[in-house]
Design a protein around this ligand. Structure first.
Ligand code: NAD
Ligand code: UDP
Length: 317
């Protein structure tokens, strides 16, 4: 296969490129580096099965040659990123998804949308199955991300139903691992970077809110299997093991051996209270489930960030 991955210089996009290349496929990576980093794809430059296009997918996009797949992963994904980039986030979810779908239609390629557990908002059903329609505040600060992704899902289904494009929608739950941007503000990277730098570990609110963290290798394998063997219905891919934010802070402090202390900061507006994927659909359809325990995944992620200590990436936003 020859596939286009938008957001290829990001955390998930770069791992997904690796996964396709490992199976002998050819990858065209596209990114404008708005939240990604060239280091994430540096190891691929020079490979004869990887090419890179620096481009904003929210603008008209032309890619030469045949494509068998278009995987639309471009979008700011960390709350601090989409709060400082609200218009770009809305545009990449709407215009960017439209352009990526148009490209898939023109090339007769399979399309995959990177959607998110945020489509469930602050959920009133727990854990969240794909049949739950969500509880999203469209005009709150997180609305720029949540509603862009909900629009993107609707647009994907319209291309599927009206243009008969072969589509996939993956609802990704909190994923962590190597190649997260050190200062991207997400909880796993924040806690590890703070712990390694000897800075206070910042718990927002009382730390009783929960998330379910999936190690990147598990997440990418689930996404790859869904792309290859799944169907058009939205599919949750994540790890159902649920932790409070305080439990995560304790784990990071233990595994890094830091002397950092925990401090509390105000809970951001509309911060979901709970989140846990129901992955019955992925288990049945794909025979997939996560394998990496959070303790081992966090240890591997700490090892990655240790390698960046002392570099400018650890020091600055
Ligand atoms: P990331 O910020 O590391 O990667 C996103 C990439 O997209 C970056 O390299 C960025 O430069 C690029 N990008 C953004 N806007 C672009 C544009 N207009 N044109 C071209 N490139 C653009 O984030 P990530 O964690 O790798 O997330 C990837 C995708 O997965 C996103 O769509 C995100 O919404 C989704 N997702 C991620 C998670 C998670 O836990 N990591 C959870 C749910 C959904
Ligand atoms: N969080 C925190 N301290 C931080 C960063 C995040 O307590 O330094 C909390 C945040 O309020 C949320 C959870 O951790 O409840 C997950 O936040 P993240 O930004 O990783 O992603 P979200 O799941 O909210 O999109």
């Amino acid at each position: 296969m020859r596939v286009l991955i938008t957001g290829a210089a990001g955390f998930l996009g770069s791992h997904l490129a690796d996964r396709f290349l490992a199976d002998g496929h050819t990858v065209v990576g596209l990114d404008n580096f708005i939240t990604g980093h060239p280091d994430n794809i540096a190891h691929l430059i020079g490979s004869d099965r990887f090419t890179f296009v620096r481009h904003n997918i929210s603008q008209y996009t032309y890619v030469a040659g045949d494509l068998d797949g278009v995987l639309h992963f471009a979008s700011p994904a960390s709350p601090i990123d989409y709060l400082r980039l609200p218009i770009q986030t809305l545009k990449v979810g709407s215009l960017g998804t439209h352009n990526a779908l148009g490209l898939a239609l023109a090339k007769r390629a399979r399309f995959m949308l990177a959607s998110t557990s945020e489509v469930y908002g602050d959920p009133l059903v727990h854990p969240q199955p794909e049949t739950y329609w969500g509880n999203v505040n469209p005009v709150g600060p997180r609305g720029v991300y949540d509603e862009a992704k909900r629009f993107a899902e609707a647009m994907t289904m319209a291309y599927h139903r009206f243009h008969d494009v072969d589509t996939r929608i993956v609802r990704i739950f909190n994923t962590y691992g190597p190649r997260m941007r050190p200062r991207d503000g997400r909880v796993v990277s924040n806690f590890i970077v703070q712990a390694l730098n000897g800075e206070p570990v910042t718990i927002y609110g009382d730390g009783s809110q929960t998330r379910s963290f999936c190690y990147v290798d598990d997440e990418v394998e689930g996404i790859y299997q869904l792309f290859m063997r799944g169907d058009a219905n939205p599919t949750n891919i994540g790890n159902p093991v649920e932790l409070t934010v305080r439990q995560l802070a304790d784990l990071v402090i233990e595994l890094t051996g830091t002397k950092s202390k925990v401090v509390t900061e105000p809970l951001p507006e509309d911060d979901p209270r709970v989140r846990q994927p129901d992955i019955a659909r992925a288990r049945t359809m794909l025979g997939w489930e996560p394998e990496v325990a959070v303790r081992s995944g966090v240890a591997r992620t700490i090892a990655y960030f240790r390698g960046l200590v002392g570099t400018s990436r650890m020091a600055s936003a």
